[in-house]
Design a binder for this molecule. Sequence first.
Ligand code: HSE
Length: 418
Amino acid sequence: MSIQNNNKQLTIGLFGFGVVGAALYEVLVQTPTLNATIKKICIRHPEKTRTAAPDLFTTESEDLLNDDDINVIVELTNDPEAAYRIAKQALQRGKAVVSAGKKIISEHLEELVALQKQYDTPFLYEAACCASIPVIRNLEEYYDNDLLHSISGIVNGSTNYILTRMAEGGVSFADALKEAQDAGFAETDPTLDISGQDAVNKLSILLTHAYGVIVHPSAILHAGITSIQAEDTAYAREKGYRVKLVAAARKLSDGKVAAYVLPSFERPTGKFYDVRNEYNGVEIESNLADKQFFYGKGAGGFPTASAVLSDLSALRYNYRYEYKKLQQADEVQLSRDFCLRVCVSFKSLLHVPHEQFERVEEWVSTEHRCHITGTIHFSKLIESDWWRAPGVSLAVFPDSLTEHRIKERSLSDVFVEV
Ligand code: HSE
């Protein structure tokens, strides 16, 4: 049964009954007017106690994929390999798919776009980026014609929660991570969150809808928050900043796009400074609209279920992503030809090849930690890994991207010893 014959009844096969799946079930039960019912739920661990009737559950994916009554597959599993297989098979069988699986979407987007076209079947995934913030559909529809200068944001709730708890509650990294896991914000494998991988997966998806480019997340430079030391947050605080993990993309004058995920020093006047806990914030800058800011919960059962629900509702009027920007003639490429103003923190000068900087503005050395503030060409970060070495951390300053190289190269413009 297809949902394209103006039949607005959605019969759902749900994969996964974790934090988000259970929240979605609860919302659908409470709102029968949505014309959407869950017929079967596929899980991996039948021994767990569930909040839905036992006869709804199965461990056989075919019970859902082979059921002709089921016209929508909602994929909310925590197993990326299974998620990929489910999404693919569902599309091939003409079932619409709603997914929150940012990992599979970012890693297989080209194929998933082709499958949607081949089988004329919609695949929606608003929940995959920033949970409750409707960013994908906005990029797809609202910013269709306006020239998009940049999109940047805090797109991972867990790392933002951890950074907030460490900075404001004096909680250790390990305890803050545990809290994020207990609250259901973190991925099943939380390394994905803290390494910046989840954020870069989301950035990769946003790039497709913002600029019409499909980039595998492995091609986008990223770092997480694991290297940030207590001294670094203290240093940032002293200077009036808060540390945030920011995903950024900007269209450059040559038409290419600068994109990265890096820790960022946010100033009090900046939009991200007051984005706390599991909240996300996205700033979009376009030619006509100028700057717009989207703010909302970026993780958790109900905020993520709200995006799934919105996709389900959109399916009822046959909405699908058209990927219009992907079809535009000019192929957009990622750039490595720009500079960033950064603060690098380290224990020993031996760790930092300062000659790689275009310009060094400040060098502060204390007994415990040294900090260099300066401008570095992005290609130097791509081509080297000294800044990923144990004991070294790097954060960008806001609005620090410049397109032109700075001629001057010197270490000791300013030298401060404390
Ligand atoms: N682990 C993700 C986060 C969940 O913390 O943002 C929402 O995508």
